[in-house]
Design a protein around this ligand. Structure first.
Ligand code: THU
Length: 163
C-alpha cells in the first residue's frame, strides 16, 4: 500500500487589473457575457469567454430551463460553440465570471465538475493546455495553467481506448 499525493498550483491575482492586458480584455468579455445569461431560476449568472488561436473570441453564458437538468453552464455553451464554429482551432484561454441577482459574488467561481470534464476533452484533443481564469463578480481572479489542475484524475478517450 502506498499513498499518492496530488498537488495543483494555482495563481491568485488580487483583481482584474493585475491580469495581463490580453487576459483582462478576455475577462471583460466574460463579464459582459453574463448579461445574456438566461437564469430565471437560480438568478446566478455566469459568463465565459474563450480566446482561440486564430484570434477569435467565443463567449457563452448559462442557459437554464424549466426542466432544470436541461439547462447548460456558460463554460459548456462557450466551448461547444467553439467546437461547432472552429473545430480545428486550438483554445488558448478560458475566462469565467459569475454574479448573482441576489448577492454579491466575491468568491472566484471555478467551473463545475461537468464543465471540467468537457474542457478536458477539448484539451486532450488539441494536445495543448487551456489556461483557465475564474472570478466572481469582483475581487480576486484565480488562474489554473491547465485543466489537470482542476481535474487531476481524468476519464477520457485514452481511458476508453486503454492507452
Ligand atoms: N453554472 C455555470 O454556468 N457554470 C458553472 O460552472 C456552475 C454553474 C450555472 C448553471 C446554473 O444555470 C447556475 O449557474 C446555478 O447553478
Amino acid at each position: 500500500m502506498k499513498k499518492l499525493e496530488i498537488t495543483a498550483t494555482l495563481t491568485v491575482f488580487d483583481s482584474l487589473d493585475e491580469l495581463p492586458e490580453e487576459v483582462r480584455q478576455l475577462m471583460i468579455k466574460a463579464v459582459s457575457a453574463r448579461k445574456n445569461a438566461y437564469a430565471p431560476y437560480s438568478k446566478f449568472r455566469v459568463g465565459a469567454a474563450l480566446d482561440l488561436e486564430n484570434g477569435e473570441i467565443v463567449v457563452g453564458s448559462n442557459q437554464e430551463n424549466a426542466v432544470y437538468p436541461s439547462g447548460l453552464c456558460a463554460e459548456r455553451v462557450a466551448i461547444y460553440q467553439a467546437g461547432a464554429l472552429y473545430p480545428a482551432i486550438k483554445i488558448k484561454t478560458m475566462a469565467i465570471s459569475a454574479s448573482s441577482d441576489a448577492f454579491n459574488v466575491l468568491t472566484p467561481t471555478p467551473p463545475c465538475g461537468a464543465c471540467r470534464q468537457s474542457i478536458f476533452e477539448y484539451e486532450e484533443n488539441q494536445k495543448t493546455p487551456i489556461e483557465i481564469y475564474f472570478m466572481g463578480e469582483t475581487g480576486k481572479v484565480v488562474k489554473a495553467d491547465a485543466i489537470k489542475d482542476l481535474l487531476p484524475l481524468t476519464f477520457g478517450k485514452a481511458t476508453l481506448n486503454n492507452i
